[in-house]
Design a protein around this ligand. Structure first.
Ligand code: COA
Length: 362
């Protein structure tokens, strides 16, 4: 039977750190509050456009799969922070990779976007519409942060992760999936003014329009329920018990959300992958980055039973039960890195501060 298998994986994190201590000098917060309330210690700020992060993560995933760019049929980029709304980030990535035979499009389900894309691409591969897809989750949400708003400024970071999905005869791939959405509470997590509904005069009057605003406790509550329920549904549909699960790879938004989701599933914390301390919430990129690190650290074995779960703006959520394939090591690796930068993190954020009004406190 034809299945869709993850055959390559890669990540790209920009090098410049924004630590909790850096944030103490920008907004009224402290390392202890951020660490205990979120689990985050530091995050990255990108010095390059989103499409550069996405393209390098994609190149690494293609190398791991042993796939040449010209053999890719589709480049899908899950993002809500493309370089431009038109054309898509995926088109830019297709060009940067030299994926000359590929179609390309973006997909926006915010932080759930990677799972929506993985489900879509796997469906296309398994049904024979395409043979090989490059699925990238990438975001530079710090571009939309008002660093004078401590309720959002501490949570997000920039990054990209990617997987290659290919047709296979192996008995592996997605076994069950769920996607969900509740647009009736869209305003509890949104970047109002970032799209076409905003009047030109409003943008002139109020520079704060595009910043992310959020009702944190409400998002928290709904995230735990949505990720827990969607995960339970895919575990049941896969015919697994909780004991069968080798690893839960959840969206990394807040370690307390991850812990509460695992408790809801009655899953031991040793079976949960957590790397939020290093990167914060990289939105659509958290799961492919986490999966890549889980593979690098030997936490995914041939045939491992994995559960992915995510939630994000929309509100949107998704979960996937997936049996990993027989190969868990990359076929090859590339040396390429992002161009170096001498800029400090405050240099990189200077334009953001000038626009939104945040910045180092006097
Ligand atoms: N530093 C210090 N204090 C902060 C703070 C910060 N960065 N952010 C908020 N606070 C304060 C609040 O002002 C409040 O103070 P008050 O009691 O004097 O009013 C207090 O901490 C508690 O705030 P609350 O919002 O209830 O905290 P919380 O425990 O819910 O944690 C979040 C806040 C944002 C960390 C948490 O709600 C969360 O993670 N929500 C989900 C957000 C998310 O994942 N979004 C992305 C989805 S993809």
């Amino acid at each position: 039977m034809r299945n869709a298998l993850i055959t390559g994986w890669g990540k790209c994190l920009p090098p410049t750190l924004l630590t909790n201590h850096d944030l103490e000098s920008i907004v009224d917060t402290d390392d202890e509050w951020i660490t205990t309330r979120t689990g985050i210690k530091e995050r990255r700020i990108s010095h390059v456009p989103l499409s550069d992060l996405a393209a390098l993560a994609g190149k690494r995933a293609l190398a791991a799969a042993g796939v040449e760019p010209e053999d890719v049929d589709l480049v899908m980029v899950a993002t809500c922070t493309p370089d431009t709304l038109m054309p898509s980030a995926a088109g830019m990535v297709q060009n940067k990779l030299g994926a000359t035979s590929a179609g390309a499009f973006d997909q926006n389900a915010a932080c759930s976007g990677f799972l929506y894309s993985l489900i879509s691409a796997s469906g296309m591969v398994a049904s024979g519409v395409i043979d090989t897809a490059l699925v990238i989750g990438a975001d530079v949400l710090t571009h939309l942060l008002d660093f004078s708003d401590r309720s959002t400024a501490v949570l997000f970071g920039d990054g990209a992760g990617a997987v290659v999905v290919q047709a296979t005869d192996e008995d592996a791939g997605i076994i069950a999936s769920r996607m969900g959405s509740d647009g009736s509470v869209a305003e509890i997590l949104w970047a109002e003014g970032s799209g076409s509904a905003t009047g030109y005069k409003e943008v002139e009057r109020n520079h704060q329009l595009a910043a992310i605003s959020m009702n944190g406790p409400e998002v928290f509550k709904r995230a735990v329920k949505a990720m827990g329920d969607a995960s339970s549904a895919v575990i049941e549909e896969a015919g697994w018990s909780v004991d069968d699960i080798d690893l839960l790879v959840p969206h990394q938004a807040n370690v307390r959300i991850i812990d509460a989701t695992a408790r809801r599933l009655k899953l031991d914390s040793s079976k949960v992958f957590v790397n939020i301390a290093s990167y914060g919430n990289t939105s659509a990129a958290t799961i492919p980055i986490a999966l890549t690190e889980a593979l690098e650290n030997g936490r995914v074995q041939p045939g491992s039973k994995l559960v992915f779960a995510a939630f994000g703006a929309g509100l949107s959520w998704a979960a996937v039960a997936l049996k990993f394939g027989s190969r868990v090591t990359p076929i090859s690796e590339i040396d390429e890195e992002l161009p170096p930068t001498d800029a400090t993190v405050l240099d990189l954020l200077a334009d953001n501060f000038a626009y939104f009004g945040g910045g180092p406190r006097g």
